[in-house]
Ligand binder design. Sequence first.
Ligand code: ZN
Length: 296
Amino acid sequence: MTDSQPQPAALPAGALIISAATTGSWPTKAQNPNVPTTPEEIAQAAIACGEAGAAIVHIHVRDDDEKVTCDPERYARVRELVEAAGSDVIINMSTGGGAGTSSDEERMAPVALAPEIASFDCGSVNFGERVFVNSPAFLRELAARMNAHDVKPEIECFEPGHVWNALRLIDEGLLRPPFWFQFVLGVRGGSPPEVKQLLNMVEMLPAGAHWSVCGIGRAQLPLGMAAMAMGGHVRTGLEDNIWYHKGQLAESNAQLVARIARIAGEMGRPLATPDQVRALLGLHGAPAASAAATTA
Ligand code: ZN
């Protein structure tokens, strides 16, 4: 190996991929004033999370009234601001919309922006008092569009049936390796946030799949620690949990990322960098990052 020949970064043994979910479709500033909701605030949170140790930032965007929107212009604006600041954090755009309040076509709009990763909610589920519909026809269309734009699906599974749906789409060739799964545990209607549920879902995965966990609310930290102990990866952030401790609101997304990074250090798990994750998952690379790589 020579210095003039840069090698693709490999994931070091035991490396931990931290994802930060900054905003979501639900939390408001009334619940926690630190929830970022404007494109500027979301971009700033994404940059800070990258600095705190997150390799991936999962974003939703909101309109001027803080309501969730799938507006591609707002998504593009966030990415533009993050890249302009020189951050190389990977951006994962949500295709979840308002979890039951957006049309299928609206939800797929961000895919045309060719984000490196986009969420892929792999089945229908009751979501609190709403119903989050992800029909087989929608999932096939979403997968086809992601493939056409070279977008890596983050296969979100809220319960074991969603993993089974993914296996079917893999058999059909619509989901392609390397696979990146996100287990979302603790949504009312999906799997309860318990380690035994996580174990069951992990055991259903195809060989070589990479996986991460997000626990909702008070389950965020314990399930993250379980995932770290099991060799999986962790998602944190205000989308899933607005608290730092019981009764104490989180100050920022970066504060939650820093906590996971600190515990990972204690557990002997180095943090994966964005470029290591790009190599691992075969991501196409952010435009700014690719330009930097070819001129370096
Ligand atoms: Zn989300």
